[in-house]
Design a protein around this ligand. Structure first.
Ligand code: SF4
Ligand code: SF4
Length: 285
């Protein structure tokens, strides 16, 4: 039986970032501060009018570069949607606190990514612990630390996992991708990955990259992504190929579909895989 679907949209609200990670897949896109007031208003009106309750996962670039982010959280929450966030955790605790309080009971996942090229581990860990404590007042909110495991740095990732888990934090190692494809890990890396992360199976625990080619998928119906310029797509491969275009939230042309049979060889999208958006087991008639 198809599990209850929990609609999700990934909103890359800001293209730019205050960091310059060497492995960044966003390529430091234009639109540093995010949409102007008129576009933001149009985008919010569009998302607030979506039928059903959606989880709006806000990311960037770095979403906190948008000064009106707490207001965005309040508007989405007032429309009945749930709010999640992915940040590099560079904003001050006071700013983060303002956002958390604006989302309130509607806050779900607070994800932050550790980028050791840009920030010291001790500083990041201390802030992460403080945010996790802040979220304890919200029983439905969860906190996770993401980390991109670069080829040649698997041992370091395993050690970081130990440190963060020892501090009581969930640690999510992400395999690196280049142009949508998994990066090449050598023999030793693959051995170390197996040893360090063998217990992490399934896309919710580690993004190993699975194929759902030809399987029914509700991407475009109960899941979609939004580019900083407002263009919406079924999913990340749908954006990369242009095949999954659904219209634009700033000009009012967004049009959801009825789902599709996955046409892509690899699915890098963890959310659809974890939320039953992709039907991994095809039901018998
Ligand atoms: S923090 Fe994220 S968006 Fe910013 S440069 Fe690093 S990987 Fe890219
Ligand atoms: S299975 Fe993944 S790649 Fe395929 S259409 Fe669905 S979300 Fe996109």
């Amino acid at each position: 039986m198809t599990p209850a679907l929990r609609p999700v949209v990934n909103w890359n609200i800001v293209g730019g970032c205050n960091y310059r990670c060497s492995y960044c897949v966003q390529k430091h896109a234009d639109g540093v501060g995010g949409p102007d007031d008129a576009r933001l208003e149009a985008g919010l009106n569009c998302l607030c009018a979506l039928p059903r309750t959606w989880e709006i996962k806000i990311s960037g670039g770095e979403p906190f570069l948008l000064k009106r982010l707490p207001e965005v959280a309040t508007r989405l929450a007032n429309a009945g949607h749930k709010v999640s966030i992915l940040t590099n955790l560079s904003p001050s605790l006071a700013i983060i606190e303002r956002f958390v309080s604006a989302a309130g009971e509607h806050l779900r996942t607070f994800s932050c990514s550790l980028h050791i090229e840009q920030v010291g581990v001790e500083e990041f860990l201390a802030k992460a612990v403080a945010v996790e404590q802040l979220l304890r007042a919200l029983p439905r909110a969860t906190f996770v630390v993401n980390f991109v495991v670069q080829p040649g740095k698997v041992r370091q990732a395993a050690e970081l996992r130990r440190r963060f888990e020892a501090a009581g934090l969930k640690f999510y190692p992400q395999l690196m991708r280049i142009n949508g494809q998994p990066a090449r890990y050598g023999l030793i890396d693959r051995f170390l990955l197996k040893r360090a992360f063998a217990d992490l199976t399934g896309p919710g625990a580690m993004n190993r990259g699975y194929s759902h080619l030809g399987k029914p998928c509700h991407a475009g119906q109960y899941y979609f992504i939004i580019h900083p310029k407002g263009d919406a797509y079924t999913c990340y491969p749908g954006k990369r190929t242009g095949q999954g275009y659904l219209g634009n939230i700033f000009d009012g042309t967004l049009q959801l579909n009825e789902g599709l049979l996955c046409p892509y060889p690899v699915c890098p999208c963890t959310v659809p895989q974890n939320r039953g958006i992709v039907q991994k087991e095809v039901e018998s008639p």
